[in-house]
Design a protein around this ligand. Structure first.
Ligand code: GDP
Length: 386
């Protein structure tokens, strides 16, 4: 399906940049437009692929291009105050060509955390296309303020979008990795999963016609129940050498059977492996299974079996399935989108820690006010200048 991608804040911009690279690499055609919005000049300069005219600096009057620190209330205020500039950038999107908006932001910081929900609300009011969010949760080691920001932003963002797709940095960090190197790797993981999902609904003229190709309406229907979604992915490298393919076609029956088994087990691996937001799979409301890879390795039976298995796992009758043939990768993969998940321990934990952080912050502030009053308390013995 065709998307207008809007990255808000540093993480949002970097992930949108990476989506552009991925769309190019797989010749996907799912990115119609890409915009990056930030209150920090350096973050916008650091992007590689978002075109210079689509990099929008906001809040100059307030923060002079230096960003908002991790103050997401200021991030939200700046977005509200600059809504006309944002609309100016959106006016360059050929909106009639897109199937949906995707607003991407890190929830723990300031600009994106505060601004993304403001932008989503605005888009919902002006346009009829669905507005999806891609919210990135901070690592648990980032500290109280990031957790508090994320919990407040998450709560606000989820109400302003048609569906909030979530990626949890905490579940994806590796020990011993530098923060920057870590983000580069994590960003590639993010765009592979969400990129393959959205590219699946974008089969273009001249593409190999799959047996049961996924249509953008199936993605939209799966995401139409609002709430929170998570994505799983599993893949296997396969040979796309011509010689091998012809020898496989000579033995059709074996080929069919092994393709079916491979796809069925990849659906299980994707679902039971690491999700973008770990959760209890049984709590999902709807689901979508997409098999991607060289056309010869895809078959209807494999997807159908995987789909049925997911129905049993989730107890949901609304599990859709289909193919996304892709000739430029030597990988067969399955994407599993679980929508409307409700049993998510990480969100419960995030909210608990955030409430604690909010109370501690209020206590510290009250004590600091008292201490300052007592520091300055000289009775009537000292006169102020004026
Ligand atoms: P903002 O610019 O004020 O919106 O804040 P940032 O986007 O810099 O940071 C917000 C949060 O996003 C951080 O707390 C991190 O958890 C996360 N983050 C920052 N950069 C990246 C990135 O490149 N990739 C990912 N996955 N997360 C990031």
């Amino acid at each position: 399906m065709k998307l207008a991608l809007i990255g808000f804040g540093q993480a949002g911009g970097k992930v949108v940049d990476e989506f552009l690279a991925f769309d190019d690499a797989i010749d996907g055609g799912f990115v119609e437009s890409a915009i990056a919005i930030n209150s920090a000049t350096t973050d916008l300069k650091g992007l590689d692929r978002v075109s210079v005219e689509n990099r929008v600096l906001i809040g100059q009057a307030r923060v002079k291009g230096h960003g908002v620190g991790a103050d997401n209330e200021l991030g939200a205020e700046i977005a509200e105050a600059n809504i006309d500039e944002l609309q100016g950038a959106i006016d360059r999107i050929p909106v009639h060509e897109i199937d949906a908006f995707l607003v991407v932001a890190g929830m723990g910081g300031g600009t994106g955390s505060g601004g993304a929900p403001v932008l989503a609300k605005h888009l919902q009011r002006v346009y009829t296309q669905p507005v999806y969010g891609l919210g990135i949760l901070p690592g648990t080691d980032e500290g109280g303020i990031y957790t508090l920001n994320a919990a407040r932003s998450f709560r606000t963002f989820v109400d302003q979008v048609d569906n909030l797709l979530v990626f949890d940095n905490d579940a994806w960090r590796s020990a011993g990795e530098s923060v920057e190197g870590g983000y580069d790797r994590i960003n590639r993981e993010i765009v592979e999963r969400f990129g393959l999902l959205f590219a699946a609904g974008e089969v273009r003229e001249g593409d190999h016609v799959a047996e049961s190709v996924v249509d953008s309406s199936e993605i939209i229907n799966t995401l139409s129940n609002s709430g929170v979604s998570t994505v799983g992915y599993a893949s296997e490298t396969v040979e796309i050498d011509d010689g091998l393919l012809s020898s496989l076609t000579a033995d059709d029956e074996f080929d069919e059977g092994s393709a079916t088994n491979r796809l069925t087990s990849l659906v299980r691996k994707a679902t039971l492996g690491r999700l973008t937001l770990p959760c209890d799979v049984a709590s999902a409301d709807r689901g979508l299974v997409v098999a991607s890879g060289p056309p010869n390795y895809l078959n209807r039976k494999g997807v159908e079996r995987g789909r049925q298995w997911l129905e049993d796992e989730t107890g949901s009758m609304e599990i859709r399935g289909g193919d996304y043939p892709i000739t430029v990768r030597d990988e067969v993969g399955t994407i599993v989108l679980l929508s409307g998940v409700t049993d998510v321990p990480r969100i419960d934990q995030l909210q608990e820690v955030a409430i604690e952080a909010q109370e501690t912050t209020a206590d510290v502030r009250a004590t600091a006010d008292e201490d300052f009053a007592s520091l300055m308390d000289t009775g009537d013995e000292l006169d102020a200048l004026f």
